[in-house]
Design a protein around this ligand. Structure first.
Ligand SMILES: Cc1cc2nc3c(=O)[nH]c(=O)nc-3n(C[C@H](O)[C@H](O)[C@H](O)COP(=O)(O)OP(=O)(O)OC[C@H]3O[C@@H](n4cnc5c(N)ncnc54)[C@H](O)[C@@H]3O)c2cc1C
Length: 466
């Protein structure tokens, strides 16, 4: 029986992990990557660009036995460090003692996955850009050093990111649903170097947030003791909503410095290259892509190609890596092997696409909702009260209350769509509990759990009866 390779587009983290796990199952995997080999080219310009990985990502990486190694080079962030306008910093835990998300170098993670893929025999063709996919003929159109050539595929996985060539080909087929929407905000990456003594300039044990209503800045620690900051700011001013200047208004040195000194006063002295970084680093946009179906015959999109989301839940890559874990579960359940025919693959890809799509939609919405939480609500006393109450409820009423953030971030076996639904029910319940506390108890009793616990119990009981 002939053995059929699996073709993949894109050697990002999702494509590499998928190729590794296929190779482990005996499949020949071939990746076409548009860029040159970033390990040689230093595509990341020497600066640390990081992201937060959590339990869903680690569970998927565990299948490649990379979980412990990746986690050991990450910096644990057990909570948020909220900076107010006066420079006061307040810690809000993400979960229980011992739970943390991890700040990791994007480049480091991608390099590790590429190394392992090649070690497992995966072929990565660099500077091999997919310019079209002829879906009916099962043929890739590739461009390499200015030459175009066609390559037939047996199975094709589109792991080529938010501007996927495979998705673009699918968009031209009948009854393909597609929407993309941009936030009015752009983002810009900035830098806080280590101190002259080589130490972190701020506390490294958390994700720093400067919430400012309609906009915010965040900072994640790097192993080299620097921080990567990201400013999320509307492109245009909107004074009625408290946005005095948009990104496009920050042109002169004076305008940039005035803005930062007013809103991020405590960060400015830690950012000696602020003006240089602000000018040099590109402003990027924030897109949400929703589409359906993700599969077409023996081809399927995964990762950002299927569900590009805004970064505010820190779940984009976690979700993409989880896609791979879910697909492999189906491959194993059906017993696909290198001789399996296209129809067998098409069936598996259809099951993957239909069962996974609700999770893609749920995390896209959660990520949009979390932007409002991060940039605005974290500074709101009612929100802080809710977080404290949630921690208490998780401890006191174990099994009856798991905070939404915990379900999304630390409980990888709870599907995103389930967490989303639970979150909706819980928020309504929480609103009722807080309304009752605020209306029936005096302010000095807002910490009196002897009075608060019965209210919680009654509301939990009521929901149990519903
Ligand atoms: C500002 C920001 C912060 C983020 N923070 C987090 C975070 O904290 N946690 C988290 O989990 N996620 C985060 N994300 C999301 C995360 O970066 C993405 O979800 C993740 O990179 C997606 O991986 P991927 O492999 O699907 O796509 P990509 O990483 O985009 O990789 C796609 C690959 O395909 C290649 N490619 C593209 N087109 C073609 C083509 N036509 N032919 C061949 N190759 C092609 C590209 O060169 C690339 O190598 C963040 C995103 C942004 C923008």
């Amino acid at each position: 029986m002939p053995q059929h390779p699996v073709h993949l587009l894109g050697a990002g983290p999702v494509g590499c992990l998928a190729a590794i796990l296929l190779a482990q199952r005996g499949f020949k995997a071939i990746i076409h990557e548009r860029r040159p080999d970033s390990r040689r080219q230093g595509a990341y310009g020497g600066r640390s660009i990081n992201l937060a990985l959590s339990n869903r990502g680690f569970l998927a990486l565990a299948a490649a036995r990379l979980e412990a190694e990746i986690q050991s080079v990450g910096l644990p962030m057990p909570g948020r460090l909220i900076h107010d306008r006066q420079g006061q910093v307040q810690f809000q835990a993400y979960g229980k003692e011992g739970q943390a998300i991890y700040s990791l170098s994007r480049a480091g993670l991608n390099y590790k996955l590429m190394d392992l893929a090649q070690l497992q025999g995966v072929q990565i063709h660099f500077e091999s850009r997919c310019v079209d996919v002829l879906l009916a003929q099962h043929e890739l159109v590739l461009e390499h050093q200015g030459e175009i050539h066609h390559e037939p595929y047996h199975v094709l996985l589109g792991t080529d990111g938010s501007y996927s060539a495979l998705r673009y080909a699918m968009q031209k087929t009948d009854r393909f649903d597609y929407s993309q929407s941009y936030l009015p905000h752009g983002y810009k990456e900035l830098h806080i170097p280590p101190t002259q003594g080589g130490e972190f300039a701020m506390n490294p044990d958390g994700l720093h947030i400067w919430p400012r209503g309609q906009y915010m800045m965040i900072a994640l620690p790097n192993p080299d003791r620097s921080f990567t900051c990201t400013l999320f700011q509307p492109y245009e001013a909107d004074p009625e909503r408290g946005v005095q200047e948009g990104l496009q208004d920050l042109q002169s040195d004076e305008e940039i410095l005035r803005f930062f000194k007013r809103d991020f006063k405590d960060a400015v002295p830690l950012m000696p290259t602020l003006l240089e970084d602000f000018r040099k680093n590109a402003t990027s946009s924030l897109v949400t892509v929703r589409c359906s179906p993700w599969n077409y015959g023996p081809s399927c999109i995964m990762g950002d190609a299927a569900h590009a989301i805004v970064p505010f839940y820190g779940q984009g890559l976690n979700c993409g890596l989880e896609d791979v874990r879910k697909l492999m579960e189906l491959v194993d359940a059906v017993g696909l092997h290198p001789e399996s025919d296209q129809q067998a693959w098409a069936n598996v890809l259809e099951t993957f696409a239909t069962t996974r799509k609700p999770d893609g939609d749920a995390i896209a919405q959660l990520a949009l909702d979390n932007f409002i939480e991060m940039r605005d609500k974290v500074a709101d006393p009612r929100f802080v009260f809710q977080k404290n109450l949630e921690a208490r409820m998780q401890e006191q009423f174990a099994g009856q209350w798991t905070p939404l953030y915990t379900q999304v971030t630390f409980e990888p076996l709870t599907p995103y769509h389930q967490a989303y639904r639970n979150g909706q029910v819980q928020q309504a319940l929480m609103d009722r509990i807080i309304d009752r506390i605020y209306s029936s108890l005096s302010e000095q009793d807002h910490g009196n759990m002897n009075l608060i616990d019965p209210i919680i119990q009654q509301e939990l009981h009521a929901i149990g009866q519903a």
